[in-house]
Design a protein. Structure first.
Length: 154
């Protein structure tokens, strides 16, 4: 509860609660995608990480993918093996260092993801086009800050 000298936190809390509700809805959307395609939620997280790396022009080794997902070596191997059997990823030699084996997302996974998440992405882009660059910058800063706070644990 705020005191007379403190501003009312309600407007900020409303945004925080909307962010939480959005996070829940996005999680449910992802869970439906996983269930529809016989995947574990971690499989979906792995595919997202691999697609993000691809978009950024980065290569992910299995070890780095496991670290991103918080998996141990055995869990990461099982995950990559499972996704490879499903034709969603492949192990290849690194482009920068041919001695290194990296995991790449297959086009089939991109198509599956786009079929499910594409309309949501398109709607989000449409909404963002309604904001000017200053507003988008504020949204970007806010989301980065929340992401960093969440990644920090506790």
């Amino acid at each position: 509860m705020s005191t007379p000298s403190e501003p009312d936190p309600a407007p900020e809390l409303e945004i925080v609660h909307l962010l939480r509700a959005t996070t829940v809805e996005l999680g449910l959307h992802s869970a439906r995608f996983a269930q529809r395609h016989g995947m574990h939620p971690t499989d979906v997280r792995a595919l997202i990480a691999l697609m993000d790396a691809r978009r950024a022009g980065e290569e992910l080794s299995a070890g780095r993918l496991g670290a991103v997902l918080g998996l141990n070596s055995a869990g990461t191997t099982a995950l990559v093996d499972r996704l490879e059997r499903e034709g969603l990823v492949r192990r290849v030699r690194g482009a920068r260092d041919r001695r290194r084996v990296v995991v790449e997302v297959e086009e089939r996974a991109v198509q599956l993801g786009w079929a499910s998440f594409g309309p949501l992405i398109e709607r989000s882009v449409e909404l963002l086009r309604g904001y000017d660059e200053h507003q988008r910058s504020a949204i970007r800063d806010f989301l980065r800050g929340v992401r960093e706070a969440a990644a920090g644990g506790e």
